[in-house]
Design a protein around this ligand. Structure first.
Ligand code: FES
Length: 575
């Protein structure tokens, strides 16, 4: 097996010349032969002025470099796309697969024996793992870490659960323009990812539970010195992996790891986006996430973490309470503790590091959970034949069994234009329906599933309503919200047939979401011509439109699913 600088030579028809030329150019940067003979550990550089969440990436890269050199390797960082949630148009999810392709192809194209993936803002870690899994070289993840909390008028604040809560108060007229401006400077007081259990934190926790990062990697705050020490330790671990050419991502990302991730996703009251990303990562290693199994896990596994949006605390409190090792120790009866990790050991080693923190209430024992069952449920019914998801841990209990009149919005634009119209006929008992907001329809399945409460109802004090869509929702959001309705309306899913005035029944206990319209009428509606939008004719938009899959397959591109070995008809082995 070739390694180091000899890997993946540029094609000139003469391998010796290719290596000679490569060395000649890299020596221009001042490298010695000694350095160039070392195992190469590459480090992804996702720093960007447009991505404040990754503001500590330069220091983390330095820390990883130090670890690599201490262990005798040669660190080489390289840039990839970086995606920030609020700086990505039309939505970050639209670009996740592009980042995954960029990461995969640059790992393949450049000579490296292992790669350290530094990322964190919502779509970045899934994209990086998808890419690394497909590229197939040893990889270790270093999340940038969560922000520390903010403070305003004696209240602790966190992005972005409190962004939504306080914006809701502003919409209801309770917070004026001047104060909301002040708040915007206090919600995100440091670099790092959102410090509630949003998508970034959820992904970091699941990745640690899958053994793709070192213990404690998920929750150490971004500005802390410990975060840099995790970077250094990850650099050292990557050199060992580079020397052994193992374990490769496919050896870690096995069905047992995906099941462990599902257990953790339920126990942390994690983001619904986590399920979509997990399906995409599983697809890259030739596996599938079974939504029914996820739902079964949710009936057994309690929510043990008291973090917003399901609870009260923030990621730094989770870290101070013992972080993921403590949680893994609590969840031991539900987990496969023999699942391998990037350290060469197993998940049992992570749990064995669990610290007992006297008096902490953030990580609950199994005997006193925050909620008796997991954070999410999978729904089916005539509205969602391919499934839908609800984060019932962050919903209003009284609305989990509810029948109401549909108020339909045709698209995100229609929603924006009409939701605050004083003439909109809507009451608190109605069910708000958004369609054409799925993977193809929007495109990119935006986080529009958190439909705002119509202003006139918000002003009357209405805080939650049943809302359903084929969109996603930010992991930091809360409410009685049914998401990821599959198939989406833009590809002919039944959501397209709902009309304002229809009755919709949500029954979370029975795991059902039903449109109470008889089958003959639905058939008649399905036969009617529907307006269609012109398909994009060029570029990434065309590729996206033609190849993006539905939520249950992770919204990956269909041609990226599976492994090279499967393509070649070889049997893939996992350990
Ligand atoms: Fe980057 Fe929330 S905006 S993690």
């Amino acid at each position: 097996m070739t390694s180091g600088l000899r890997k993946g030579l540029t094609s000139y028809g003469d391998a010796g010349f290719s290596l000679f030329l490569r060395k000649a150019f890299i020596k221009a940067a001042g490298y010695s032969d000694d350095a160039l003979d070392r195992p190469i550990v590459a480090i992804t550089d996702t720093a960007s002025d447009f991505n404040p969440c990754h503001g500590n990436a330069p220091q983390l890269i330095e820390a990883v470099r130090r670890g690599v050199m201490l262990a005798g390797g040669l660190p080489m960082s390289f840039p990839t796309i970086s995606i920030h949630e609020s700086f990505a148009h039309p939505t970050s999810m639209y670009l996740r697969n592009l980042m995954a392709m960029d990461t995969e192809e640059m790992i393949r194209a450049q000579p490296m024996d292992a790669v350290v993936l530094i990322g964190g803002c919502d779509k970045t870690l899934p994209a990086q793992i998808m890419g690394a899994a497909s590229a197939g070289i040893p990889a270790v993840v270093v999340p940038v870490g969560p922000m520390v909390v903010g403070h305003h008028r004696g209240e602790v604040l966190g992005a972005c659960t409190d962004c939504r809560r306080l914006w809701g108060q502003h919409r209801a007229g309770k917070i004026d323009e001047a104060e909301i401006e002040v708040i915007s400077g206090r919600l995100a007081p440091s670099v790092g990812t959102c410090m509630v259990m949003g998508t970034a934190s959820t992904m970091a926790c699941m990745i640690e539970a899958m053994g793709m990062s070192l213990p404690y990697s998920a929750a150490i705050p971004a500005p802390h010195a410990e975060r840099l020490r995790i970077g250094e330790a990850s650099g050292k671990a990557a050199v060992a992996m580079a020397q052994q050419h193992a374990p490769k991502p496919a050896e870690i990302l096995t069905p047992r790891a995906f099941r462990n991730a599902m257990v953790v996703l339920q126990a942390i009251g994690g983001s619904t986006n986590g399920l979509v990303h997990l399906a995409a990562i599983a697809g890259r290693t030739g596996h599938k996430i079974d939504l029914e199994e996820f739902d079964r896990i949710g009936r057994e596994v309690p929510v043990l973490i008291d973090l917003k949006p399901s609870g009260d605390h923030y990621m730094e409190h989770f870290h101070h309470a013992g972080g993921m090792p403590r949680l893994l120790a609590e969840l031991e009866p539900f987990l496969d503790m023999d699942a391998p990790t990037v350290t060469g050991g197993t998940l049992r080693d992570y749990a064995a590091m669990a610290e007992d923190v006297p008096g902490q209430t953030v990580i609950r024992p199994r005997t006193a959970p925050l909620k008796q069952t997991g954070g999410m449920a999978v729904l089916h019914g005539n509205l969602a034949p391919g499934g839908a998801v609800i984060k019932h841990a962050a919903a209003t209990p009284a609305l989990l069994q509810h029948t109401g009149r549909a108020v339909v919005f045709e698209s995100v634009e229609d929603l924006t234009n009409r939701i605050d119209d004083p003439a909109l006929e809507v009451s608190a008992e109605d069910v708000l329906v958004l369609r054409n907001a799925g993977p193809k329809g929007a495109p990119g399945m935006p986080e529009a599933g958190y439909l705002p409460i119509p202003r006139k109802l918000a002003q009357q004090g209405v805080k939650d309503m049943v809302r359903i869509s084929d969109a996603r929702m930010s992991g930091t959001a809360f409410g009685t919200i049914v998401l990821h309705i599959t198939p989406e309306s833009a590809v002919g899913g039944p959501l397209a047939l709902v009309r304002t005035g229809d009755q919709i029944r949500l029954d979370v206990a029975a795991r059902r979401i039903e449109l109470l319209v008889d089958a003959a009428e639905l058939e008649r509606r399905a036969a009617e011509p529907r307006p269609t939008r012109a398909a994009p004719r060029r570029g990434y938009a065309k590729l996206f439109h033609e190849t993006v899959t539905q939520a249950d397959q992770g919204c990956d591109f269909d041609f990226l699913i599976g492994t090279d070995e499967e393509e070649e008809g070889e049997e893939r082995t996992t350990r």
